[in-house]
Design a binder for this molecule. Structure first.
Ligand SMILES: C=CC1=C(C)c2cc3[nH]c(cc4nc(cc5[nH]c(cc1n2)c(C)c5CCC(=O)O)C(CCC(=O)O)=C4C)c(C)c3C=C
Ligand SMILES: [Fe+2]
Ligand SMILES: [Fe+2]
Length: 337
């Protein structure tokens, strides 16, 4: 048939039928240098899902001010968390890919696991093209953002859809848009907190700090804020905490607009001043440790808290490549395999 119609090898329509679980995360600079951070931020902050300001105005601010000032500052912060394996976000995502591959293979499933990043490398475009060339015609896309948000989850979908727009032979596609209340996610999160309490004692306050976004997004219909509140409720119910034991906050504010609150840094400062001097802090919106957790939460906010009078400050790591986190991913994708 192929010979009759003059199809070449690349075009061959046989030999397909592979299934791939495609993990997706935000992305990170290639190096902790001003140039690499500028390239990364230029791509990230040009995404209209991330910054919803009229394009012309935003491009003037972005290129005229932000990309001249922020990359050098952020590069210094990235240097403080960089490891011999590179950016933590990249190293952890690779470990998650490898362990999920192992887990699904051990369960006897003939499935390939790969990952790509929304911004930077490995790009959505190159990864989809590679998977197609390898014969994958069924994709289960799992963006590693537990709580759906338009700037993250919808943007991941945009990038996939944008690439596939120019394809003739589309793969079958399943897109998992949120797992904020999945029992395995809640169980893994609660277990990581319980382990910390067992080791260091129950703190006076558990702070559940989620990545923030402009408050306006909530009023325009983004469910992220409500999904974060639901995650908190399910986790604290499982840990049997009472209302005074915990607080939900939002971190990583960017720009001058009002973001979701209460803000993590202001809350820690207030707690320190009020004599709530023993806190543990966990970041449920991040599936992997990154700049926003390792630098902003573990370091910057520790200083805020201790300078306000706080004494004990424990950062509880993200779920990263914990076995229960990997099993959660396996259970999330299994119904589609
Ligand atoms: C500009 C607006 C931003 C929105 C909205 C936003 C939402 C959002 N982000 C994450 C996850 C991550 N963000 C990370 C870094 C980061 N985020 C913003 C801005 C917005 N994020 C900036 C400018 C940066 C870069 C860091 C800096 O220069 O200070 C990261 C870490 C990347 C890394 O390399 O380690 C993650 C992960 C979520 C879940 C989210 C949803 C509301
Ligand atoms: Fe962010
Ligand atoms: Fe930050």
């Amino acid at each position: 048939m192929a010979k009759y119609f003059g199809l070449n090898k690349q075009q061959g329509h046989g030999g397909r039928g592979k299934t791939t679980v495609l993990l997706m995360n935000l992305g990170t600079p290639d190096a902790p240098t001003t140039g690499a951070v500028r390239r990364y931020l230029a791509e990230f902050l040009s995404d209209p899902r991330v910054v919803e300001i009229p394009k012309l105005v935003w491009m003037l601010i972005l290129h005229g001010i932000i990309l001249r000032v922020r990359p050098a500052k952020s590069a210094t912060l990235y240097q403080s968390i960089w490891t011999e394996l590179g950016s933590p976000l990249m190293a952890i995502t690779k470990a998650q890919r490898d362990k999920l591959q192992q887990s699904l293979s051990d369960a006897g499933m003939a499935v390939n696991v790969d990952f790509c990043m929304r911004y930077g490398q490995p790009s959505v475009k190159e990864t989809l093209k590679k998977l197609h060339a390898e014969g994958s015609d069924k994709l289960i896309v799992l963006p590693l953002y537990p709580q759906y948000a338009a700037p993250t989850t919808a943007s991941a979908f945009d990038a996939i859809a944008k690439e596939l727009m120019s394809w003739r032979y589309l793969p079958s596609l399943h897109f998992i848009n949120s797992y904020h209340d999945h029992p395995d996610y809640i169980a893994a999160l609660a277990e990581s907190i319980a382990e910390d309490f067992a080791k260091h004692g129950k703190p006076k306050k558990l702070v559940l700090s989620y990545h923030g976004m402009p408050e306006r997004n909530l009023h325009l219909g983004d469910p992220y804020y409500c999904l974060c509140q639901k995650t908190t409720r399910l986790v604290v119910e499982r840990l049997e905490l009472s209302e005074n034991d915990y607080i939900t906050t939002f971190q990583s504010r960017f720009g001058k607009a009002k973001w979701l609150g209460p803000y993590t840094d202001a809350t820690l400062e207030a707690l320190g001043k009020e004599g709530v001097d023993d806190v543990a802090i966990v970041c449920p919106a991040f599936s992997a440790d990154c700049l926003e957790t390792l630098e902003e939460i573990e370091h910057e906010n520790r200083d805020v808290f201790t300078q306000a009078g706080g004494k004990k400050y424990r950062y509880i790591a993200c779920l990263n490549d914990r076995d229960d986190h990997i099993e959660m991913m396996a259970n999330l994708v299994k119904p589609y395999l």
